[in-house]
Design a protein around this ligand. Structure first.
Ligand code: G3H
Length: 526
């Protein structure tokens, strides 16, 4: 094992005892859960203890909900009625403080979830950019709403208003970026929130508690720790949550939704699992295709909802693709996240190598072979990506979202085969289509856009740039996220209307002049 550079060593554990409720950083005296990294700090392999977090339950969860409800105060709260300009100031204050925590958050991203140094830095910087872009987009939205319309003798002043209380749950693979891509638009639109960090990637939220506390009015952001079952379920059972914002898996989303007794009250903003295919046509440029498939299947070890999770390759190019792609997989560097040139890193879930091994065993039993020399090789905290071929529909690796380093490859001679599989699939997020012939591509693109929500031409699947819509069909998503769309997903159009008569016109003029209403206002924010 290479020595760990001094700046990335863990010299002190983080024993988090504070949580944020009702604007107070309360001290937790109950049970705690230890947080381990699967990365070893010693020559002989041993998970590293990073710290511990409170193991909260129903009373604290309901306390946090109560605090968010009070802050919303049936639409009368300071935050939901605040002028947009003032809400933006709070957010600017938050992002200023957040930027000072870059080093510690990047370090914790590496240790807690095994993300490489450049990718951890990118996750932090992308999140800061996302917040700044959201602020600009909100100003634009506000400018466009600072006016009256008139149709059929009725004036309308239309804006977007908050929905109420948002329960926000993020995933472990982007514990900062994806969680904040929910939380930030939810907050800025005037909602109040209860937020529970993911199981892995939880300590990295703790340096931000004070920034949340000092930037927003009390009760706008409440942060809890513990297991989803113990804290999220009781909150949903009250029927008082207006939005469930979750990036994760459809089973947990369904289980939580079902607990909510008022299904029409509950709005859903969900980014869920996917099984994005790559489709490689006979005329594909194989150099570029292989580069994109390596990035698409194995960036962050395939632990991305947008990862390419099955490769369909045309019979005519199958042999060459398999040979060259498998070789490239075996050339990737596996090491700790801070090491130069690293591509494959330790898996944060201790049980993941065994799960991937089960998928491999099942596929081999049903007729697949491992095409790369290192495929399936086990380490203490890793399993080398196995390129499996030929994969058939009865195999678990075809059916399940592997969310880890294993690559199923299916060959086809008729393009209807992958198209039919995609139509039958429970998922519908994105696809990567590799080829050059426009006569073949055109009808395919026209069909694929109706099966998924993003067709990546000669490019791997990805969420970014964050200004583009991120959504999916079927079990892959509900609602749309992007800098622009998220503001809409976390709000509702609401307006003041009045018939055109002297009394109303005079009253509205006075309302505008008095500048007492934050809703009825034609002021511009530049
Ligand atoms: O886990 C899913 C993420 O949204 C993927 O984002 O494509 O930018 O890695 P990314």
């Amino acid at each position: 094992m290479k020595a760990i550079p001094e700046e990335y060593q863990i010299n002190q554990t983080i024993d988090q005892r504070k949580y944020l409720v009702n604007g107070e950083l309360k001290t937790w005296n109950g049970n705690t859960t230890e947080v381990f990294s699967t990365i070893s700090s010693t020559e002989e392999y041993k998970p590293t203890l990073l710290g511990s977090i409170p193991d909260m339950g129903e009373p604290e969860a309901l306390d946090a909900l109560d605090s968010a409800m009070k802050a919303f105060n049936r639409g009368q709260g300071v935050w939901p009625t605040m002028h947009v300009k003032d809400r933006i100031e709070c957010m600017e204050n938050f992002v200023r403080q957040m930027k000072t925590k870059r080093d510690i958050i990047v370090k914790l991203l590496m240790w807690e979830i095994g993300k490489s140094l450049p990718d951890s830095q990118k996750e932090f910087d992308r999140t800061v950019d996302y917040i700044n872009d959201t602020i600009e987009e909100y100003k634009e939205l506000d400018r466009n709403s600072a006016k009256f319309q008139k149709h059929d003798g009725v004036y309308a002043h239309i804006r977007r208003g908050p929905l109420g209380v948002v329960l926000c749950l993020g995933p472990y693979n982007y514990p900062l970026n994806e969680t904040f891509a929910l939380l930030i638009p939810a907050i800025i639109m005037g909602n109040t929130t209860v937020f529970k960090p993911a199981k892995h990637g939880v300590l990295l939220i703790t340096p931000l508690l004070e920034a949340f506390q000092s930037s927003f009015p009390k009760g706008v952001v409440n942060i809890l720790f513990g297991r989803g079952r113990a804290v999220a379920a009781p909150i949903m059972q009250t029927g008082k949550v207006d939005v469930l914002a979750l990036i994760g898996n459809s089973k947990s989303a369904n289980a939580l939704q079902e607990q909510h007794p008022k299904s029409n009250r509950l709005r859903l903003v969900l980014g869920l699992e996917a099984k994005n295919p790559a489709i490689i046509l006979p005329d594909a440029d194989l150099d570029l295709t292989i580069d994109e498939c390596i990035a698409g299947t194995l960036s962050f070890n395939g632990q991305r909802c947008t990862a390419l999770k099955v490769i369909y390759v045309h019979e005519d190019v199958k042999d060459e693709f398999l040979k060259r792609y498998s070789q490239r997989v075996d050339e990737l560097k596996f090491a700790n996240p801070w090491e130069e040139g690293v591509k494959l890193t330790p898996l944060p879930e201790p049980g993941k190598p065994a799960y991937i091994q089960e998928l491999i065993d099942d596929a081999i039993e049903k007729g697949a072979k491992i095409k790369n020399k290192k495929g399936g090789k086990q380490f203490d905290n890793y399993i080398w990506p196995a390129v499996l071929y030929p994969v058939s529909k009865d195999m678990r690796v075809y059916q399940e979202e592997q969310f880890g380093p294993v690559v199923p490859v299916v060959s086809f001679s008729d393009i209807e085969e992958p198209l039919n599989d995609m139509a039958e699939s429970n998922y519908g997020q994105q696809v990567s289509l590799f080829g050059k012939d426009v006569y073949a591509l055109s009808p395919l693109i026209d069909t694929l856009v109706n099966l998924v929500c993003r067709v990546n031409l000669n490019s791997s699947c990805q969420r970014g740039p964050d200004v583009y819509p991120f959504t999916g069909r079927k079990d892959s998503a509900q609602a749309t996220l992007s800098v622009h769309d998220a503001l809409r997903s976390f709000s509702i159009r609401t307006f003041v209307a009045f018939k055109d008569n002297d009394l109303n016109n005079e009253t509205v003029l006075q309302l505008l002049e008095a500048k007492l209403s934050n809703f009825v206002s034609t002021d511009y924010i530049l």
